[in-house]
Design a protein around this ligand. Structure first.
Ligand code: FES
Ligand code: FES
Length: 154
């Protein structure tokens, strides 16, 4: 079985896995980081969103062989001050309903706010359209992103 080197949440690790196993499987089943969720397995729902070398990706669609050498951040690794402020905005506005999609939503929102600290409503909509929520929490997600942007700026 080939071995792959990854940096996960700032920790260097190596894993032995079949080359085509999705990164999501490695994150959840091999590393036990179960905050990242499995939804569709086809790159459609965004539940599995993590950051790969700083950009949001759908970890169900990336084979481990293509992740070799990469730096991955999962919801468990969002620990910087500004990232915590995003989570706090989520809590303040009571965003989640069942919660299943929310790790992916927050990961996508966190990447958005790094690249665009003051996103417009349209920019939020465009970015977050890749993350589905069966409970329909979209308006609270949008409010939480705006609140986080405001709090981070202060
Ligand atoms: S589980 Fe990866 S996009 Fe749905
Ligand atoms: S909160 Fe239930 S799927 Fe989004």
């Amino acid at each position: 079985m080939p071995s792959y080197k990854l940096t996960i949440n700032s920790e260097s690790i190596s894993v032995e896995a079949s080359p085509d196993i999705p990164l999501l499987w490695v994150i959840r089943d091999m590393l036990g980081l179960t905050g990242t969720k499995y939804g569709c397995g086809k790159g459609v729902c965004g539940a599995c969103t993590v950051h790969f070398n700083g950009s949001p990706i759908k970890s169900c669609t990336m084979a481990i062989e293509n992740a070799d050498g990469g730096a991955i951040t999962t919801i468990e690794g969002l620990v910087k001050e500004k990232e915590i402020m995003i989570k706090e905005a989520w809590i303040q506005l009571d965003v989640p309903q069942c919660g299943y999609c929310q790790a992916g939503q927050i990961m996508n929102a966190a990447a958005l706010l790094v690249n665009n600290p003051n996103p417009s409503n349209v920019e939020i909509d465009n970015t977050m359209s890749s993350n589905l929520c069966r409970c329909g929490t979209y308006s609270r997600i949008k409010q939480a992103i705006s609140l986080a942007a405001k709090n981070i700026k202060q």
